[in-house]
Design a protein around this ligand. Structure first.
Ligand SMILES: Cc1cc2nc3c(=O)[nH]c(=O)nc-3n(C[C@H](O)[C@H](O)[C@H](O)COP(=O)(O)OP(=O)(O)OC[C@H]3O[C@@H](n4cnc5c(N)ncnc54)[C@H](O)[C@@H]3O)c2cc1C
Length: 446
């Protein structure tokens, strides 16, 4: 095998979302030169509660971050489903999840998690106020032009710029022009829905005694508009209300963009709350700047790379299964592993690495995409058939069915191939991972 020197590689990551920042952290560990171009000047504390499953936890453990994340998290032990009159339909127990996978699902404030990841990369590597406008590729390099007229040159561009990725759009435009873009990638994303999310100010534990529990519960009202409430920590609740269908796409550019919350919040006041009473209390206890509007669409893109451009999160999943960010981060991990295994930095080596990345990730991302769609149908599908299936699945199918399906998802737990691997502590199934060619080679040499 040729000697690898990916340290010569220069990577430009577009977008400092969770996936872009995690990739940066992984390149930092490899000593690969990189910079992140982020259009926002500063990160606003948008977003709300977020959960992560066992799928990404070994990676966080390898990076030495898991303990810190546990400190800012609540373990999630149950997911309670309610119908509109607030009768409990099901308690989706995840109590033996830890025994089976070695990890407990965690729930935390998304901005806190984000800040933790960002704190692990040198701040000068994130260039803010850099809205990428165009990308030009030559035989031996690639050039990015930003709205402020600055230009950056490197070997590869990673589009980690979210669901409405400009890098993806620019790449697809070029491929369409060359007549090599598959038809399905020319079609726009399928409109899901728009929802409003918020995180309350600190709440009175006398009035909301659940806040004092050590663990958290996701309480979800299913069957009409999706509404969920969960505890973020011992002071705050987070809520999420689906509030309409098929809004205009004009202002969309990132699902967590600081869109104005035009929807009248008062429309949600009378909705029953899983905590008792109506949603008015929680909404009124939420500062306006902690309320964001997010766009939910779905699409599985087929083209993940071409030339010197590679895309992360080419799968826009409905968030019902809480797997979108986890999958975007898994993309970052596998891409970093493939860059680590590159033989040299010629275009042919880059293409080989990108192909390997897609081959490893596509089947898992596709399976999760389908499963997220199914969970969304089960929890908020409006048709008679969907309502019937909901009854069957939640009322009559044994718990073991739901348990099997959650363990199947959890069996994919990829790791960073160039750091010491974490031993499997779970008793449940674990899918094997492709090992690192370079690491094997280095071990033989030593
Ligand atoms: C209500 C809701 C709840 C969710 N809950 C969960 C959950 O519990 N667990 C989970 O795993 N996932 C969850 N998700 C999914 C998750 O939020 C997304 O999948 C995840 O944020 C995608 O991360 P990303 O880094 O790919 O993109 P983003 O977070 O969208 O980041 C993209 C970045 O790129 C920047 N950018 C965009 N265009 C440009 C440009 N032209 N030039 C420069 N920079 C640019 C943006 O400013 C942004 O910072 C949820 C989603 C929603 C909507």
């Amino acid at each position: 095998m040729e000697t690898t020197d990916t340290k010569e590689l220069s990577v430009m990551i577009v977008g400092a979302g969770l996936a872009g920042v995690l990739l940066a952290l992984l390149l930092e560990r490899q000593g690969i030169s990189y910079s992140i171009l982020e259009r926002a000047q500063m990160v606003k504390p948008l977003g709300s509660v977020m959960s992560i499953s066992a799928n990404i936890m070994p990676v966080l453990e390898q990076l030495g971050l898991l303990e810190e994340i546990e400190r800012i998290s609540k373990p999630c032990e149950t997911i309670g489903l309610y119908d509109i009159p607030m009768n409990k339909i099901a308690d989706m127990g995840i109590l033996d999840y830890k025994r089976m996978t070695g990890y407990q699902p965690l729930v935390f404030s998304r901005p806190q998690f984000y800040e933790l990841l960002v704190s692990r990369i040198p701040s000068h590597k994130i260039l803010r106020g850099k809205r990428v406008l165009s990308i030009e590729e030559t035989e031996d390099s690639i050039m990015i032009s930003c709205a402020d007229k600055s230009q950056y040159q490197g070997d590869i561009v990673v589009g980690a710029d979210g669901a409405y990725s400009g890098v993806r759009q620019s790449l697809y435009k070029r491929m369409e022009h060359e007549d090599i873009l598959p038809q399905s990638d020319m079609e726009s994303m399928k409109v899901g829905y728009v929802c409003t999310v918020g995180t309350t100010k600190p709440m009175d534990p006398e009035k909301y005694p659940f806040l004092q529990n050590k663990a958290t519960t996701f309480s979800q009202v299913v069957g009409r508009d999706l509404l969920s409430v969960s505890k973020v920590d011992s002071k705050h609740y987070s809520w999420h209300i689906k509030d309409g269908k098929g809004e205009e796409a004009a202002s969309r550019n990132s699902e967590w963009a600081p869109e104005t919350v035009e929807t009248s919040l008062k429309e949600f006041y009378a909705l029953p709350s899983p905590l008792g009473g109506v949603m008015k209390d929680l909404i009124q206890a939420t500062p306006r700047e902690s309320i964001s509007k997010v766009f939910l669409e779905e699409k599985m893109f087929e083209t993940w790379h071409h030339g010197r451009v590679v895309l992360i999160a080419c799968h826009k999943m409905l968030p019902a299964a809480g797997q979108g960010a986890v999958n975007a981060m898994e993309d970052a991990v596998i891409l970093a592993n493939c860059l680590y295994d590159m033989r040299a930095t010629r275009l042919s080596d880059i293409t080989e690495a990108f192909q390997d990345y897609r081959e490893q990730r596509y089947p898992h991302a596709k399976a999760q995409f389908e499963s997220s769609r199914l969970v969304a149908k089960l929890t908020c599908g409006q048709s008679m058939m969907e309502s019937f299936i909901r009854q069957v699945v939640f009322k009559w199918l044994p718990d073991s069915f739901q348990r099997q399906s959650s363990l199947k998802t959890a069996s994919y737990r990829p790791q960073i191939s160039f750091l010491p691997l974490i031993e499997n502590r779970g008793e449940g199934p674990l899918l094997p991972q492709k090992s690192s060619r370079r690491r094997q080679h280095e071990e033989v040499e030593h």
